[in-house]
Design a protein around this ligand. Structure first.
Ligand code: SF4
Length: 362
């Protein structure tokens, strides 16, 4: 069942959690695909509909096949499945314009932009600065993106204020996950990861977030034996969160997804995207992870790494700096966890539970 909404008349399936717009009903000339989190304030202010191609790929019932389709179309087997999924999503939904992050994400995305160009998809490059201290570079990039979409910068800062109010609901959902335990780790993941494009319609997104917050007021705290965090890019496997909760582990921290929600209070867009840790070096991420481990009383971390992703290299640095047990989980394609992965996760969770009970005995 679909329902109309106040902004651009996008239709959505009725659901308590964020969902994707019904893509077939979108005005294709207003849709802009994004390959990673970018300043969507600019896209909204210019009157376009940002659609995160990662989201429409991973929510597709045929996500696994979309990876295979991309390989049939010539993308190599030994590159990350997210890139192949983004490619197939753009083709499947006839996306005509894409904003590609060419610095601050990965070189695969840069090459993907060139594939899009060769297939007559209009591309707009966006680059995060190499160092987060480079305010001038970031400011220039924001201006260039505003110019490319034909919107004045004043309107963009206005839009930031509007989206701050929308995102604050997700920050509350995140808080309830670790303070009151009334939001599951999976719900936390879905809400925070969806802030990358706010479902293409921030008005509907806000309505749903408010409704969700009302609905959790009546909930009792989730019973669990352990609080853990998931760091690294959002997992491609479909059942990690239900599996963790089935063995008594409550995920109270989703590192990168939380970053998509722009969790720090900022006054300007430059500051907001400077504080956002994902595009910069691992050390900014580590600072955030360490702070949240302490704040959220986390007993252990799952470091999710995507097969064939350069970010896997960060595992060594994370392990050296984080003074907690870390399980590195590597997945390739969409689909359920396999038996070996489940066994490793179970052993890790059991070890954490055992360690906790040992240390709590005086
Ligand atoms: S998972 Fe890694 S390789 Fe894949 S798109 Fe993201 S940053 Fe690039």
């Amino acid at each position: 069942m679909g329902f109309g909404c106040s902004l651009m008349n996008i239709k959505f399936n009725d659901h308590p959690l964020p969902t994707l717009p019904i893509m077939e009903d979108l005005p294709t000339d207003r849709v802009i695909g994004i390959t990673s989190t970018i300043p969507i304030e600019i896209v909204f202010a210019a009157g376009y509909i940002p659609i995160d191609l990662n989201n429409i790929f991973i929510c597709d019932r045929h996500a696994y096949k979309m990876v295979e389709d991309a390989e049939s179309a010539g993308l190599p087997r030994n590159i990350c499945a997210w890139i192949k999924g983004i490619y197939s999503a753009a083709r499947k939904y006839h996306i005509r314009k894409v904003i590609s992050v060419i610095q601050g994400d990965c070189s695969n995305n840069q090459a993907l932009m060139e594939i899009f160009q060769s297939e007559d998809i209009e591309t707009i490059p966006f680059a995060y600065p190499h160092a987060k201290t480079d305010r001038r570079f970031l400011h220039d990039q924001l201006m260039m993106l505003s110019d490319a979409l034909g919107v004045g910068y004043g309107k963009v800062e206005e839009m930031k204020k509007r989206l701050d109010a929308v995102r604050s609901n997700v920050h509350e959902i995140d808080r309830l996950t670790w303070t009151d335990s009334t939001v599951t780790g999976e719900e936390n993941h879905i809400w925070t990861v969806s802030t990358s494009d706010l479902m293409g319609d921030y008005t509907v997104f806000k309505e749903r977030a408010v409704r969700f917050l009302q609905s959790v007021q009546a909930r009792k705290p989730i019973q669990h034996n352990l609080r853990i965090g998931v760091v690294g890019i959002p997992p491609i496997c479909e059942d990690l969160y239900p599996f963790l909760s089935s063995i008594g582990a409550h995920v109270v921290f989703n590192e990168i997804q939380r970053q998509f929600s722009m969790p720090y209070p900022t006054k300007t867009l430059v500051e907001q995207y400077r504080q956002y840790t994902y595009p910069y070096d691992i050390f900014s991420r580590l600072e955030d992870i360490q702070q949240e481990i302490k704040q959220r009383s986390i007993a252990g971390l799952i470091h999710y790494v995507q097969s064939f992703c350069h970010r896997h290299i960060h595992d060594k640095i994370i392990r050296r700096h984080i003074r907690l047990p870390v399980l590195t989980l590597d997945c390739d394609r969409p689909g359920p966890l396999d038996g070996a992965m489940k066994t490793r996760i179970e052993a890790f969770v059991e070890m954490l539970k055992y360690h906790r009970s040992e240390t709590s005995v005086v």
